[in-house]
Ligand binder design. Structure first.
Ligand code: FES
Length: 175
């Protein structure tokens, strides 16, 4: 039969265990909540999850920069020469191999749509410049070709093509 001393020692241990468990649970909840909160887009973000943009007003050889989900996005109306130049590049010449077809939509190859952040450290490259007739990032000297593929400099990847589709001949939905 347990003595009074043994009882109180057991009870104290139980209490300590419960107290530690409770602190652990509170600590875990405090860590998890901000993460969950960050993963929940607020209403304004949801509203901008996809946008529609009419490319019809962009003349051949011109680009515009629009904003999608807070990111700048290049929309370029490529010339026939730019498309030919991009298609003529062997994949073996590319640091981040991708065909021109993989970066555009069938029947809409003249439209090149890409997130306008250099894949090195995120600067916005300058259009119609650089050694490959595409974009040049003056921050650290990355050159992109007429399909937005990195050809020289520290950028590790091609300019990113966001998810998009043409909902009519000139209306594009991004996102
Ligand atoms: S951010 Fe473009 S080259 Fe460094």
């Amino acid at each position: 039969m347990a003595t009074q001393a043994e009882h109180s020692s057991t009870n104290r241990r139980d209490f300590l265990f419960v107290a530690t468990g409770a602190v652990g649970a509170v600590g875990a909840a405090a860590v998890v909540w901000p993460l969950i909160n960050q993963l929940n887009p607020d209403a304004s973000t949801l509203a901008l999850a996809s946008i529609e943009f009419d490319v019809g007003a962009i003349p051949e050889g011109q680009s515009v920069t629009i904003t999608w989900r807070g990111l700048p996005v290049f929309v370029r109306h490529r010339t026939a020469a730019e498309i030919e130049e991009a298609k003529a590049v062997p994949l073996s010449d590319l640091k981040d191999p991708a065909t021109d077809e993989e970066r555009t939509k069938p029947g809409h190859e003249q439209w090149l749509i890409m997130i306008a952040n250099c894949t090195h450290l995120g600067c916005i490259p300058v259009g119609e410049s650089g050694d490959f007739d595409g974009w040049f990032c003056p921050c650290h000297g990355s050159h992109y070709d007429t399909a937005g593929r990195v050809r020289r400099g520290p950028a590790p990847k091609n300019l990113v093509v966001p998810p998009y589709e043409f909902v009519s001949d000139t209306l594009v939905q991004i996102g």
